[in-house]
Design a protein around this ligand. Structure first.
Ligand code: UT7
Length: 344
């Protein structure tokens, strides 16, 4: 029997998206574009946008409450909140602290993490490390963004890609022991549930191909906002080419780390940036497209939200079953990318 050691597993999940739907025809009404072009090039048919000043902590509250309820957790059970977002409510307080207040949790740590579309993978990785170090038993990991706040609606090459959404998971320790005692369990690699392998990467030298936002290096001013300088700028072709290669590379790596063959993976739950990126990744890995689930047609790219939203929908539809091998992967601004192999 081949064995594996795990420290944590996803014990429950939740998601939320805004009510307002914007279809491709919205853009076709004022830009030189069409529903046909957007659908063919990206797979996106519609996306959700938060209205008014709905911030990311407000949007995430429903996802977080759902995750807590689905796992039977009370606020007191949560030892920490890791909130992956690049569209925080404010510079400070962090969205993690704002969500903590909304949930009525008082005793836990809470912080934001900025890894753009790779945020949920980074968040799970950091939470797994904190659990392995004995600093927490249950961590609420949120992946969420309101990218509608950064869209340049006049830029036809980027404006149709992005939507708003939030997903949340409770990552729990596999061990029932108290802090200080054994923090991992070893078991049969064909059945033990938990996070098997993680690969987290970044290359800041490539960061210029995907940028957004104001900050200390680009101070917000009325002129800059009016000129859309705070909005998303992207070299789509470069991001596309990099994404296909990088997703395939980290996917193979997490399989190699565990000795699991890529063909054994049940679901490739990958960041929803473009349907053709998912198809390119499937081709490079030599896996059937049926194993690469997608909901990009309905939500577009919700950045850190895509993976937890898709996982939650798969659970709700009964597509994700105990024992399934799941490979999470993502690429985002930074450039950041990464993968996690887990057994559900
Ligand atoms: O999460 C990570 C963040 N982002 C991504 O992963 C996105 C990665 N990139 C992409 O998804 C794709 O590059 C896009 C969907 C953004 C663009 O698709 P593409 O097949 O790479 O198109 P392209 O940029 O090569 O443009 C092809 C043509 C151009 O015209 P010319 O130069 O061939 O005459 C564009 O001007 O399509 C034109 N075009 C459009 N036409 C109609 C660009 N945007 C549009 C549009 N409607 N909305």
């Amino acid at each position: 029997m081949k064995t594996i050691s795990v420290c944590s597993y996803i014990s429950s999940m939740g998601m939320s998206v805004p009510d307002k739907v914007s279809t491709n025809d919205y853009f076709a009404a004022y830009l030189d574009t069409s529903d046909e072009w957007i659908s063919e090039r990206s797979g996106i048919k519609e996306r959700r946008w938060a209205e008014g000043d709905i911030g990311i902590s407000e949007l995430s509250e429903r996802a977080a409450r759902q995750a807590l309820a689905n796992g039977g957790f009370t606020p007191q059970d949560i030892d920490g909140i890791v909130f992956a977002t690049v569209t925080p409510d404010y510079a400070f307080p962090s969205s993690a602290c704002l969500l903590q207040k909304r949930l009525g949790i008082t005793q836990c740590f809470a912080f934001d993490l900025a890894a753009a579309c790779s945020g949920f993978i980074y968040g799970l990785s950091v939470a797994d490390g904190l659990i392995a170090a004995g600093r927490a038993r249950n961590i609420l990991v949120v992946g969420a963004d309101v990218l509608s706040s950064l869209i340049n609606k006049q830029d036809r090459s980027t404006c149709f890609l992005f939507g708003d959404g939030a997903g949340a998971a409770v990552l729990s320790s596999v061990s029932n022991n108290e802090t200080g005692s054994k923090r991992y369990i070893e078991g049969n690699i064909t059945e033990l549930s938990g996070l098997y392998a993680i690969d987290m990467r970044s290359d800041g030298s490539l960061g210029g191909i995907l940028t957004a936002g104001t900050g200390s290096a680009l101070r917000a001013s009325a002129e800059r906002i009016a000129a859309n300088e705070h909005c998303i700028k992207m070299d789509g072709r470069e991001v596309f080419k990099f994404a296909v290669r990088a997703l395939a590379d980290v996917s193979l790596n997490v399989c190699q780390k565990t000795g699991i063959n890529i063909s054994e993976v049940t679901h490739f739950v990958s960041h929803q940036a473009n349907m053709r990126i998912l198809q390119g990744m499937a081709k490079q890995l030599g896996i059937p497209e049926e194993r690469v689930p997608s909901n990009i047609a309905r939500y577009g790219n919700t950045s850190a939200g895509t993976i937890p939203i898709l996982l939650t929908e798969m659970i709700d539809l009964g597509r994700l079953k105990k024992g399934d091998l799941v490979l999470l992967s993502a690429v985002g601004a930074g450039i950041t990318w990464g993968a996690i192999l887990l057994r559900w």
